[in-house]
Design a protein around this ligand. Structure first.
Ligand code: XMP
Length: 326
C-alpha cells in the first residue's frame, strides 16, 4: 500500500546513511524532479546541501521567482542563483538552427554550473568538509529507458537532468530512482512544495530557446514570455491543465503577416498554440480545446502582446509532427 509519508521516511533514512556528514550539491531547474529530489535530500541532511539554480534567461514568466521565493520559503534550502542571462544571449546570437541552439544551451549550462560549483567547492574545502555528493532527479522510467536507449532516454541524457556534467568526482544521490512521476508529485505535495512547481507540465531543458523559430534575442524572448503567460493563465482558469500534457507556445519570429489593429495596418508575427494530449510524449494528439477558451487566448494575446497580430492553432498529431516546433 503506497503512502507518500512512508516513502519520504524511507528515503530520508537512506540518504542519511549514504551521505553521513558529507556535503551535497544539487541543481534546480524549476521542474518537478529536481525540486522534489532536492527537497528530499534537504529533509534528510539540512544545511549540508546547497542548491544551484542557473537562470539562463530562457525560462517562462515567474519561474525564477517560483524557485527563489516560493520554493526556498517552503523548504528552507540554501540556494545560489547564477544569473547567466547575458552569457546565454551572447552565445546564441545569430543562431537559428535548432540542434545548434541545443548544443550551445547545453554547453553554456554546464559552464555556468561548473563555475558556481567551483566556488562552492572552494568554500566547502576551506571549511574542511569537501562536497562529495551530487543530487540527480532520475526517475524509474529514466532508469529503465536508459537501458533500452529509446528516444526519450536520449532526450534525457543529452539535454535533461539540468544538463549536468558527468562529473566523476561526485557520488550520485538519486532518491527518486524507484518512483513514477505521479508518485514524485505526491511526495512533493507531502513535503509542502509550491503547487505551481509540483504540478508543472513538462518543459524542455533548452526552454524558450527552442520555442522561438529563428534567432533567440532578448526582445523576442520577452514577447514569447508574455504570450506564453497569457495562454497558461487562461488554460488554468478554464480548469484544463489536467486535460493537457503540455502546451508549447511558439513564436514564428521570422514570419510576418499583415493585420489590422487599432488605427491601422500592422505587420507582425504569429504565435502558435500547440496543446497536446499524451501518455509519455512518444506519441501525442492535439487537444480539442473549447472554442471559447481558444478565442479568449487569441483575443488577449493579440491585444496585450506587442508585435503579435495573429494566433494560430497547431492541429497536427505526433507523429508526424513533434510536440515542440524545434
Ligand atoms: P518532441 O518535440 O520531440 O518532444 O515531440 C517530446 C518531449 O520532449 C520534450 N523535449 C525536450 N526536453 N530537452 C528536454 O529536456 C530537449 O531538448 C527537448 N526537446 C523536446 C518536449 O517538451 C516533449 O515533452
Amino acid at each position: 500500500d503506497w503512502n507518500s509519508g512512508n516513502v519520504i521516511a524511507e528515503q530520508v533514512e537512506k540518504i542519511r546513511a549514504q551521505v553521513g556528514s558529507g556535503r551535497v550539491l544539487s541543481a534546480l531547474s524549476g521542474g518537478v524532479d529536481s525540486a522534489v529530489s532536492t527537497a528530499l535530500v534537504h529533509e534528510a541532511v539540512g544545511d549540508q546541501l546547497v542548491a544551484v539554480f542557473v537562470d539562463h534567461g530562457l525560462l517562462r514568466k515567474g519561474e525564477r521567482e517560483q524557485v527563489e521565493q516560493d520554493y526556498v520559503a517552503s523548504t528552507g534550502v540554501r540556494l545560489v542563483t547564477v544569473d547567466a542571462r547575458e552569457q546565454f544571449l551572447t552565445a546564441l546570437a545569430g543562431v537559428s538552427d535548432p540542434e545548434q541552439k541545443r548544443k550551445i544551451i547545453g554547453r553554456e549550462f554546464i559552464r555556468s554550473f561548473e563555475k558556481a560549483q567551483a566556488d562552492l567547492i572552494a568554500e566547502a574545502e576551506a571549511e574542511g568538509e569537501p562536497i562529495r555528493f551530487l543530487v540527480q532527479g532520475t526517475l524509474y522510467p529514466d532508469v529503465v529507458e536508459s537501458g533500452g536507449g529509446s528516444g526519450t532516454a536520449n532526450i534525457k541524457s543529452h539535454h535533461n537532468v539540468g544538463g549536468l556534467p558527468e562529473d566523476l568526482q561526485f557520488e550520485l544521490v538519486e532518491p527518486l530512482r524507484t518512483l513514477f512521476k505521479d508518485e514524485v508529485r505526491a511526495i512533493g505535495r507531502e513535503l509542502g512544495l509550491p503547487e505551481v512547481i509540483v504540478s508543472r507540465q513538462p518543459f524542455p531543458g533548452p526552454g524558450l530557446g527552442i520555442r522561438i523559430v529563428g534567432e533567440v534575442t532578448a526582445d523576442r524572448l520577452e514577447i514569447l514570455r508574455d504570450a506564453d503567460a497569457v495562454a497558461r493563465e487562461e488554460l488554468t482558469k478554464a480548469g484544463l491543465d489536467g486535460d493537457i500534457w503540455q502546451c508549447p507556445v511558439v513564436l514564428l519570429a521570422d514570419v510576418r503577416s499583415v493585420g489590422v489593429q487599432g488605427d491601422g495596418r500592422t505587420y507582425g508575427h504569429p504565435i502558435v498554440l500547440r496543446p497536446v494530449s499524451s501518455e509519455d510524449a512518444m506519441t501525442a494528439d492535439w487537444t480539442r480545446l473549447p472554442y471559447d477558451v481558444l478565442s479568449k487566448i487569441s483575443n488577449r494575446i493579440t491585444n496585450e502582446v506587442r508585435d503579435i497580430n495573429r494566433v494560430v492553432l497547431d492541429v497536427t498529431s505526433k507523429p508526424p509532427g513533434t510536440i515542440e516546433w524545434e
